[in-house]
Design a protein around this ligand. Sequence first.
Ligand code: PMP
Length: 290
Amino acid sequence: FDKRTGWIWYDGAFVPWQDAQVHVLTHGLHYGSCVFEGERAYGGEIFKLEDHTARLKESARLLDFEIPYDEAEINAACRELLARQNLSDAYLRPVAWRGSDMMGVSAQHNQIHLAIAAWEWPSYFDPAERLKGIRIGQAKYRRPDPLTAPSTSKAAGLYMICTISKHAAEREGYADALMLDWRGRVAECTGANIFFAKNGELHTPEADAFLNGITRKTVIELARRRGIAVHEREILPEELESFDECFITGTAAEVTPVSEIAGRHYQPGPVTKQLFDDYMAEVQPKKAAA
Ligand code: PMP
């Protein structure tokens, strides 16, 4: 990835892709003082950019640092970068971290950096292929108690258990892993939220110990617009067999049907297909009325 060309927005300036470096004594690297976002642009417009930027700022505050740019400046930087990179369907990755001024757990005065990268990422493959669904395994690690970690921050450190879990799942031939929370309730996947359908109604874990995804919130709104009942509630693993449909949601995953969770099988059905279509329509840039 670091061999690419183009521009990266870095602390207020556009720098050539390969010059966007950090020092090895960066606090964010040693102590996990780093937060990020994942955004997608469709047809040249970043979907729910304002929500992502607000979450980025809040993720940093939860890690006790303030990103030294306001939301309007960050939004403008994202849009300028997209234009400068000449991208239409793309992924954007803003990342903020504590710098290398002091080395130690305490680093109250370290400079806070912000960088934004963007690369082409078409909202790809053929819907028929996607509707077959992915297979997901069961993760060993659980989402931490919100009293143990700032679990609603999109903090780099919280992804350590996600990478371990995703690698383990991939070694067993699965595409992703289902993580439980510290109480043993169904929580989310390693980079996406999870939904189930039964008797035409939607069920999803209450987002009280993991990221309340922007896609998750969008899908709940789309379902309600369709008159589909949505139940945000406690879901225990014993209940997994009773659902008819399952899908995951996220900026990268969009709405991705699930065909299996560690031996329990699902058929992408009417609820999944409806929300898949509605989501793909929702992300399209809104054309100004003629
Ligand atoms: N959970 C985790 C752990 C994630 O990494 C993501 C992706 N950001 C999500 C949920 C979904 O969030 P969003 O819909 O805002 O992309």
